[in-house]
Ligand binder design. Structure first.
Ligand code: BG6
Length: 486
């Protein structure tokens, strides 16, 4: 068992038979169990409204969660032993009287962790009902899934409700991007190497691009997604967290508060967007029918659970500014979308042109770029100019390449594995603090309101493309291009 793990644990997952639980949480917990990182006396209650008996629930897990366990890690005997930890407890989260059933299941003298993997509308009733049923003990912990609320007011209400019953040191707000190995590597790249630091600023850096593109559509999550949209679902959390790690000052140490103190300074330095900025510097898109990897796929409006006149964006591109000495006048371009041609999470740091070229006018100089690929191909590439062998002085961009898969052959933990273990061990560095969520909403909310005021519909883009043409125009107006356009 890992250092810091409690001897006895009751992990209660609200939304326990939902999509996240089946696709991510149970497969990740299986690996933690397989690697003997869970307490021997560790039980998991999946809480939901269904009327499962134990056998029906286990059959459900077998059909819904088992396919998400990678074959290379699956072992039938270990899986069976893992299933013994699982129990289904029928609770309608909104019904106070149902919590007695959960009370009967919970053991005394055991660390209780309540993992809220439901829609955030239920976070407050769940906290209130847990408290009313006296199920929260002095050391119990609360985990809140993202997105936390739908705007600043709802985020504050949720935070206030959580704060009534749990100390901040026992509240874990998750953003699974922070659990990704490659995202943590970004910290290593920035703060474990001295060569980048003097260059990591204006005017050496001309702009930064952060792209998180997905090939999938909304799938079975239409009901949730249509109320959220790409700005709430991805930008408010994952993309802003990546921006924070790129833009933050070196923390004094690697403890949870030192790192989070630096991230929050970045969020608070984001330049607020006026209506004119929103109209000029943001692009919303919605995918129309198209093709993905050669297969025809429907448009967003034809997906299950999506109203035919939905105004929800499945794509966002925007330009942000961090108002600090380090980043003055350096645009940060953020972009995310569903149904794009490739699954990519990538940070591109574009450096400035050489101040003066000594080469002939035929020699085209490209500015240096540092490309940090977080997924699919985890790699760091530094693009520089080299002389082509032969007569004369012909130059060509070449890459200094570092591929994580070549260097590290061991299996990389999934983000949820890492975060669940940190949660169980009480480590908060990779979780979001209350002020961080509120600061992120404070910057994002005016954009949501601005879009409403402007009343524009999202621009259509065909599935399998890089978003509406306006996204390229946004870059062109800054004299730059998205990485794949170069
Ligand atoms: C989730 C979003 O937080 O992140 C999803 O709600 C999105 O819409 C997912 O698909 C992407 O995560 P990953 O780890 O697959 O990049």
């Amino acid at each position: 068992m890992l250092e810091g793990c409690p001897d006895r644990l009751d992990l209660v997952i609200f939304g326990g038979n939902g999509d996240l639980s089946m696709r991510k949480l149970l497969p990740a917990l299986y690996i933690c169990h397989r690697d003997e990182n869970l307490p021997a006396q560790g039980r998991i209650a999946c809480v939901g409204r269904n009327d499962f008996d134990d056998a029906a629930f286990l059959a459900f897990v077998e059909s819904q969660a088992r396919p998400f366990v990678d074959d290379s890690t699956y072992d039938e005997a270990v899986w069976k032993a893992f299933l013994k930890r699982l129990h289904f407890v029928r609770v309608d989260a909104t019904k106070p009287e149902d919590y007695a059933r959960l009370g009967d299941w919970l053991a005394p003298d055991t660390l209780r962790i309540f993992f809220l993997a439901t829609s955030s509308d239920l976070f407050i009733p769940i906290c209130d009902n847990l408290a009313a049923a006296e199920l929260i003990l002095k050391d119990s912990r609360l985990l809140l899934e993202k997105p936390l609320g739908k705007d600043i007011a709802s985020a504050r209400e949720i935070n206030a409700a959580a704060d009534r019953y749990f100390d901040e040191s026992r509240i874990y707000r998750i953003d699974h991007y922070l659990g990704k190995e490659t995202v943590q590597n970004l910290m290593a790249l920035r703060f474990g190497n001295s060569i980048f630091e003097p260059l990591w600023r204006a005017p050496t850096i001309r702009n930064v691009q952060i792209t998180v593109s997905e090939t999938v559509g909304v799938g079975t999550r239409g009901g949730f997604y249509d109320r959220a949209g790409a700005l709430r679902d991805m930008v408010q959390n994952h993309l802003l967290q990546l921006l924070c790690i790129v833009a933050m000052e070196p923390p004094a140490q690697l403890d949870s508060d030192a790192v989070r103190d630096e991230k929050i300074k970045v969020l608070r330095s984001l330049s607020p967007m006026s209506l004119a900025d929103i109209s000029r510097w943001t692009v919303r898109g919605q995918y129309a029918a198209g093709s993905e990897q050669g297969e025809a796929v429907p448009g967003y409006l034809d997906e299950k659970g999506i109203p035919a006149d939905s105004n929800t964006e499945t794509f966002v591109a925007l330009r942000a500014h961090v108002n600090t000495w380090r980043w003055a006048n350096v645009p940060f371009f953020l972009r995310t979308g569903k149904r794009m041609p490739q699954r990519v999470s990538e940070i591109v740091i574009n450096f400035a042109d050489v101040p003066y070229s000594i080469f002939s006018s035929q020699a085209i100089l490209r500015p240096n770029r540092l490309v940090i690929s977080l997924q699919r191909n985890e790699a760091v590439k530094l693009q520089m100019m080299a002389k082509v062998p032969g007569d004369g002085m012909r130059l060509k961009p070449v890459n200094l390449d570092f591929d994580f898969n070549d260097e590290f052959t061991s299996r990389r933990a999934d983000a949820y594995e890492r975060l669940l273990l940190d949660l169980i061990r009480g480590r908060q560095t990779l979780f979001i603090r209350r002020d961080e969520t509120e600061a992120a909403w404070s910057w994002v909310e005016p954009i949501l309101r601005g879009w409403q005021q402007l009343g524009d519909r999202p621009r259509p883009y065909n599935a399998g493309t890089w978003g509406p043409a306006a996204s390229s125009s946004l870059m062109a107006s800054e004299g730059t291009q998205w990485a794949e356009e170069l």
